[in-house]
Design a protein. Structure first.
Ligand SMILES: Cc1cc2nc3c(=O)[nH]c(=O)nc-3n(C[C@H](O)[C@H](O)[C@H](O)COP(=O)(O)OP(=O)(O)OC[C@H]3O[C@@H](n4cnc5c(N)ncnc54)[C@H](O)[C@@H]3O)c2cc1C
Length: 802
């Protein structure tokens, strides 16, 4: 063991070994992995080793696909067998909704290039798995690239391949302490102290403790999990080919062949957390006592699906633990304010996600950013609120128990809620608000009469007419929306203006003005779709998406300069947006100030009722609109004042469902849909806001190269879809004469225009107005065509005039 390395990876499970391999592969060979015991001595040794390319988050699915392709490569490179059985596999549906969901998922996988997937009939399922009872099965989705690996062999293969590229592996050496030093870290281990620039927490079941060594709380918990392996089953022994993997979505089980018997794993509805503060240090290659009673119902379902199990003897019970984050996806990346500390934790399916995690983390450390959009597994998608133990218990338990339960797009899940509530929450509830959740905050999705119950569906829901009414009110009179769910950052100090000028690609707004502000990374890709306010009193505000708070704060902190004071004021400042033709009339009743003189994209301080508010004239609805910001303690009073003033002007409270419809009718993009960290200004139309004639800003060289190049291959276009009972929602494939030309980024019904609309990222040569295309909506192909952007009020007259 040397006393100095560039990187120390803590943990020799599949994830740590993959990180080590990818660091070495990308050129950092002065790296070592430190393992408390022997390689695999956490969750990895007793995993079922199942691999499949499918995941509800298409970006994570793409990384899983990468892992599967990598497995043979590391086997060849290391010379270590990984025992790969690429049997193929199927997901089975036993209810009409589930079957429809599988058909729709099949199309979504096509969107991201997973083409070796197809739908199968129950009869085909029975032929592919002769021990399967297909009773009640309506259909399935088959994937070629499913199978399983030998888990120990796989971890060793990563480690051997890494060592061949110069990396070191040190076993039987626990990391005891982490000390931050000016140029990196001191890693105190049982065998001595190591200096390094970077540490990686890949400590699996012990990730919590290794986080706390650096003062970091990670929102994750181990949960216990069972699978069993049977003795030889004669029907299987008689088969000439190996059984495929089977996920029985209604039965909560996964299964595969294991030698001449079967392996059956269970995601039970009644999950059990294990050692929420991390596994004991002395825990080794051992198992938990099996608890068949706890999983009895799911086992019965498995016995029904595979009758041969009823008489098979159980050879081995495996009851072990592995870690989960609240949404089940990994926690990867750097932690705000702790330079040189990287996470590769909560990897729930290390054998199918470990490759993608290792690749992304190594790119991030070496190149400063990842190739893929990894927001879905970025540790910064959570904030401090998610460190609460009960929040972690509820959300990880919910994920585990719903692992094979389908979630409808209009379904609101209950775990960890309600947590954060804007002050007017209860009053809005009394007025009929129904709530969604964003980064722990309750946000109104629509208002409904007492007793209304929204039915979960993949198609248009019974809330359709309620949302339509809110849209109509906004277009014809005035809609009032709680905008506590926007983020707000205050920037001040002598260097604030110069700093903002470097951070944002737009020209800075003049005093009393707001501006749409694209923020870029050095590589010219998007880092934010923000709005910048120059209040004229030395304070600037940056406003954006609430759920990106930790993500943006990490970026801001990484680039902060002396003389700049930056504060996240999102919980201190809240507000309401008022939009629609009568919005000015409402405000005029509440202020003596020259509110009518406030120009489009103007901002200033006004007395609104009793409140001294900061008001910006802008809207996401495309109507005349105002965002009225107040302190949290004034939220209730502001709402009352606006409701009273708007009572005879047709004011109606609206939710974010209506906002979604209104913004689609204006072709306004939003983050995570039309704008992501892998898209460029040219692709998304964000280049409109770049101030090419100003001085330097982050990403300038790359953005200029894009502008002066041949143009992006794909761009965002607005589509009208011939849909009747369902609308696109995102990631549906877009076709031209049978050729896939892109995918939907957002979709929904434009209640005012009466059109089923979508924004889509499509090949540039298909983006001309009038181009005939088609889109699969909930699995059914629908005719579509490119229409001019902003089907409502294309000239923007409504929002610009008073
Ligand atoms: C029953 C069961 C079935 C599963 N089936 C599958 C499956 O089919 N497919 C799949 O992909 N996944 C499966 N998994 C999940 C899989 O096991 C995990 O996703 C994976 O093992 C996580 O790997 P890891 O490297 O993150 O963590 P771990 O395997 O827990 O490795 C962490 C390592 O860090 C070491 N360590 C911790 N602290 C320190 C320290 N202070 N100093 C030095 N070393 C330290 C530990 O000793 C350990 O070796 C299953 C898990 C279980 C329990």
């Amino acid at each position: 063991m040397k006393s100095q390395y560039r990187v120390v990876v803590i943990g020799g499970g599949v994830v740590g070994a993959s990180v080590l391999y990818h660091l070495a592969k990308l050129g950092w060979s002065d790296v070592c992995l430190i393992e408390r015991d022997v390689l695999t001595a956490g969750s990895s040794w007793h995993a079922a080793g199942g691999i499949h390319a499918l995941n509800a988050d298409p970006n994570i699915a793409a990384l899983q696909g990468y892992t599967i392709d990598l497995l043979s490569e590391i086997e060849a490179e290391s010379g270590q067998s990984i025992g790969l059985h690429m049997t193929g596999g199927m997901h089975l549906a036993g209810t009409p909704d589930r079957w429809e969901w599988l058909q729709s998922s099949y199309r979504r996988f096509q969107s991201i290039g997973i083409d070796d997937v197809h739908l199968i009939t129950p009869e085909e399922a029975g032929r592919l798995s002769p021990v399967l009872n297909t009773e009640g099965i309506l259909g399935g989705m088959w994937a070629n690239r499913e199978g399983y690996v030998d888990t120990t062999g796989t971890v060793h293969a990563y480690a051997i391949a890494a060592k061949k590229r110069g990396a070191s592996v040190i076993e039987h050496n626990r990391v005891l302490e982490l000390q931050q030093v000016p140029d990196g870290w001191q890693v105190v281990t049982e065998k001595g102290t190591i200096r390094c620039e970077h540490v990686v927490n890949a400590a699996g079941l012990w990730a919590k403790q290794v986080g706390r060594m650096a003062g970091i709380e990670l929102p994750l918990s181990p949960l216990a999990h069972h699978y069993l392996v049977t003795e030889t089953i004669p029907e299987i022994a008689a088969l000439e080919t190996e059984l495929p993997m089977v996920v029985d979505l209604e039965g909560f089980t996964y299964s595969r062949q294991d030698q001449k018997g079967m392996l059956v794993g269970i995601y039970e509805l009644n999950p059990k957390h294990w050692m929420m503060d991390g596994a004991p240090w002395e825990y080794g290659i051992e198992l938990l006592q099996e608890e068949p009673d706890r999983i009895e119902n799911e086992l019965m379902a498995a016995f029904h699906r595979f009758p041969a199990l009823q008489t098979a003897g159980v050879k081995t019970w495996v009851h072990g633990a592995f870690t989960f984050s609240p949404d089940g996806n990994p926690l990867v990346g750097p932690v705000r304010g702790v330079p040189g500390y990287w996470c590769a934790c909560a990897v729930m399916a290390g054998f199918l996600q470990g490759g993608g995690v290792g690749k992304s983390l190594a790119e991030w450390m070496i190149h400063g950013e990842t190739e893929a959009d990894v927001f879905g597994m970025d540790v910064a998608r959570y904030g401090d609120y998610a460190h609460n133990k009960d929040y972690i218990r509820q959300t990880t338990g919910q994920f585990y128990s719903r692992r094979f339960v389908m979630t409808y797009p209009n379904e609101q899940l209950p775990a960890g809620r309600p947590l954060k509530m804007s002050p007017a929450h209860d009053a809005m509830s009394a007025a009929g608000a129904r709530w969604g959740e964003s980064w722990g905050l309750e946000v109104p999705i629509y208002f409904a009469p007492e007793g209304f119950v929204e039915v979960p569906t993949l198609k248009r829901s019974n809330a359709f007419d309620l949302v339509a009414e809110e849209v109509r009110a906004t277009r014809t009179t005035v809609g009032l929306l709680d905008i506590a769910g926007f983020s707000r950052y205050k920037v001040s100090g002598p260097n604030a203006e110069a700093w903002l000028d470097r951070m944002m690609a737009c020209a800075l707004p003049r005093t009393g003005r707001a501006k749409l502000a694209p923020m870029l990374s050095e590589s010219g890709r998007l880092k934010g779709d923000l709005t910048l306010f120059n209040w004229g009193d030395g304070n600037w505000w940056i406003m954006g998406s609430y759920y990106l708070r930790e993500w943006h704060m990490r970026w801001f902190r990484d680039h902060i300069e002396p003389g700049v004071h930056l504060t996240d004021i999102s919980d201190a400042m809240v507000g309401f947006s008022l939009s629609g033709p009568n919005s000015l009339k409402v405000l005029e009743k509440l202020t003596d100030g020259p509110i009518a003189d406030l120009p489009f994209m103007g901002c200033g301080s006004f007395d609104i009722g009793l409140i001294r508010a900061r008001v910006g004239r802008l809207s996401v609805t495309g109507e005349l609109g105002y965002e009225i910001n107040c302190s949290a303690v004034e939220h209730i009073a502001l709402r009352r004042a606006l409701l009273d003033a708007g009572a005879d002007l047709g004011l109606r409270e609206i939710g974010f469902e209506a906002l979604g419809s209104l913004r689609l009718e204006k072709s306004f993009g939003i983050w995570s849909r039309e704008f992501t960290q892998i898209y460029t200004p040219g692709q998304t139309g964000m280049d409109r806001w770049i101030a090419w004639d100003k001085g330097d800003f982050i990403g300038r060289a790359a953005a200029t190269a894009e502008r002066d190049g041949n143009g992006p291959a794909q761009v965002i276009a607005t589509l009208e879809i011939d849909a009747t009972d369902a609308d696109a929602s995102g990631y549906e494939p877009v076709w031209q004469d049978g050729r896939r030309v892109g995918f939907v980024t957002s979709g929904g019904f434009g209640h005012w225009t009466g059109k089923s609309l979508a924004l889509a990222m499509i090949d540039r040569d298909c983006a001309a107005e009038g181009t005939a295309l088609s889109v699969h909506v909930v699995g059914a192909e629908r005719a579509a065509r490119v229409i001019a952007p902003s089907p409502h009020d294309p000239d923007g007259v409504a929002m610009r005039t008073t």
